[in-house]
Design a protein around this ligand. Structure first.
Ligand SMILES: C[S@@+](CC[C@H](N)C(=O)[O-])C[C@H]1O[C@@H](n2cnc3c(N)ncnc32)[C@H](O)[C@@H]1O
Length: 445
């Protein structure tokens, strides 16, 4: 068992004493992971491994005693697959909901906004989707020479990853959807269903930070897979009541919500799970779906997408400029990150790691400052975040995002109400108690 860097551990120990840190495993252990999502209507349309549970929002509302509110204005700055928004709209028979999400990844934005739009439509959409599916099936089955262009991403040309006949079917499905004259929402839903088949019809598996080759995997037949997914959507829509609240997912930068939402329309609850500072690059791990749907057509667009994401990974070299450096909080932020920067081993990853630590802190400070402008006076901000181990052997150190973010939130004029430790992570690696995932509640100071 490796000891994590003791100076960094002592730094976190001292920081933590400022706040109320509690064992939240009973409340949250199963809710910080996607428990229940693959069985729940609408949520199950695309499995986002990094999502939190469909049951998280109701549980937070209960804990915050927000259940009796007549109106709930809610914002998720990192909407992902749309868990918060779908959960919020599902409550709209009990409370007047206005739910807004922001998501930067084009494919995940497509998924979450399709779900949210469908939830607001009601059962007549089920028939429209059935008709659109029938039409696509007619085109798909009518002419075997009808085929689509291959995405420029080289991963698709690897025959071990994508067996050619299956890939040809997958591409024909997309081409058939695009060929048909069908209304926008059914079309978007069909594209979501088709893109949701990319992983299961290949030998690629999302695994932590990468897409890995799974040689043992038997890829599924695309049309069968697609049909099953569309049928699932039809069933879910057919059984749903149109949500009476409003939900919107904006494609944009969640670090700067003021760019996207009206600052005067205050929120009761801001809730999000940002990318953790653990090197996972969402642009990379959801790249095959995004290329399949033509969100990128060349390497330049792909790189520029990466540059728009939160600085939680070193997959691109971000600019080495940090807004906090010229703010009144510069000294406090430097003090916060100094022991962590000093723990970075002097190896080939040093520059990228230091940029990640400073960039993540910079992004979070901006985020908390902007969120502070749009929270109502008795509102709350809840974030779910995981800490991560970096380096190895004697040089291992933890980036405790839960505590770093709590301190940055204080600088942005928030009060840290509670750090609820949901679960420990990878305890085999190190005995650091800071390797964990937490749910943190803030209120405006
Ligand atoms: C942990 S996931 C959120 C999952 C979400 N809570 C759910 O249950 O589906 C973090 C999300 O942040 C997105 N993201 C990364 N950088 C972003 C940015 N600058 N603005 C908005 N979203 C961003 C990623 O694409 C990813 O979908």
């Amino acid at each position: 068992m490796i000891n994590a860097n003791p100076n960094v551990e002592a730094h976190y120990g001292a920081l933590e004493t400022r706040w109320n840190a509690v064992d939240g495993s009973l409340d949250f252990e199963r809710l910080v992971v996607p428990t229940g999502n693959s069985e729940s209507p609408f949520h199950r349309w695309f499995h986002l491994k990094e999502a939190f549970s469909v049951d998280l929002l109701p549980s937070i509302l209960k804990k915050l005693s927000f259940e009796g509110l007549s109106e709930l204005r809610i914002l998720d700055c990192f909407a992902g697959g749309g868990t918060t928004l779908v959960s919020a709209l599902e409550l709209s028979s009990q409370v007047r909901v206005t739910a807004t999400g922001i998501e930067q990844n084009p494919f995940l934005h497509h998924v979450s906004s399709s779900k949210v739009k469908a939830l607001q439509e009601g059962p007549q959409l089920a028939q429209q989707l059935q008709d659109a599916f029938n039409e696509v099936g007619r085109i798909y089955g009518s002419d075997a020479s009808f085929k689509a262009d291959m995405p420029a991403l080289s991963t698709f040309s690897n025959e071990a990853y994508f067996p050619p006949s299956l890939l040809a079917s997958l591409l024909r499905i997309k081409a058939a959807i695009e060929h048909c004259d069908i209304p926008t929402l059914p079309r978007d839903l069909l594209l979501t269903a088709a893109a949701s088949c990319v992983e299961s019809t290949s030998r690629l598996r999302r695994d932590g930070r990468a897409l890995r080759y799974a040689s043992e995997r038997q890829p599924r037949e695309p049309w069968d897979e697609f049909s099953a997914r569309v049928q699932q959507m039809i069933d879910d829509i057919d059984l749903s009541q149109p949500a009476s609240g409003t939900g919107t997912v904006i494609r944009g930068d969640g670090r700067r919500p003021l760019l996207h939402v009206d600052g005067a329309a205050k929120k009761d609850l801001i809730i999000f799970s940002p990318p953790y500072p653990n090197n996972i690059d969402y642009t990379e791990i959801y790249k095959t779906e995004a290329w399949y749907l033509d969100f990128y057509t060349d390497a330049q667009q792909f790189r520029s997408q990466r540059l728009k994401t939160l600085r939680s990974h070193p997959s691109v070299r971000f600019s080495d400029e940090y807004d906090f450096e010229c703010s009144s909080d510069a000294a406090a932020v430097r003090e916060l990150v100094k022991p962590i920067l000093e723990a970075v081993p002097d190896d080939k990853y040093a520059t990228g790691r230091k940029q990640l630590i400073k960039g993540y802190a910079d992004d979070m400070l901006t985020l908390f400052r902007q969120c502070r402008e749009i929270i109502s006076s008795d509102g709350r901000l809840v974030y779910v975040v995981g800490n991560s181990a970096h380096g190895s052997g004697d040089a291992l150190f933890i980036i405790a995002a839960d505590l770093i973010m709590a301190r940055l939130a204080e600088l942005a004029n928030w009060r840290v109400e509670e750090i609820s430790v949901a679960r420990g992570l990878r305890r085999r690696v190190t005995n650091s108690r800071f390797l964990r995932e937490s749910v943190v509640t803030l209120s405006p100071a």
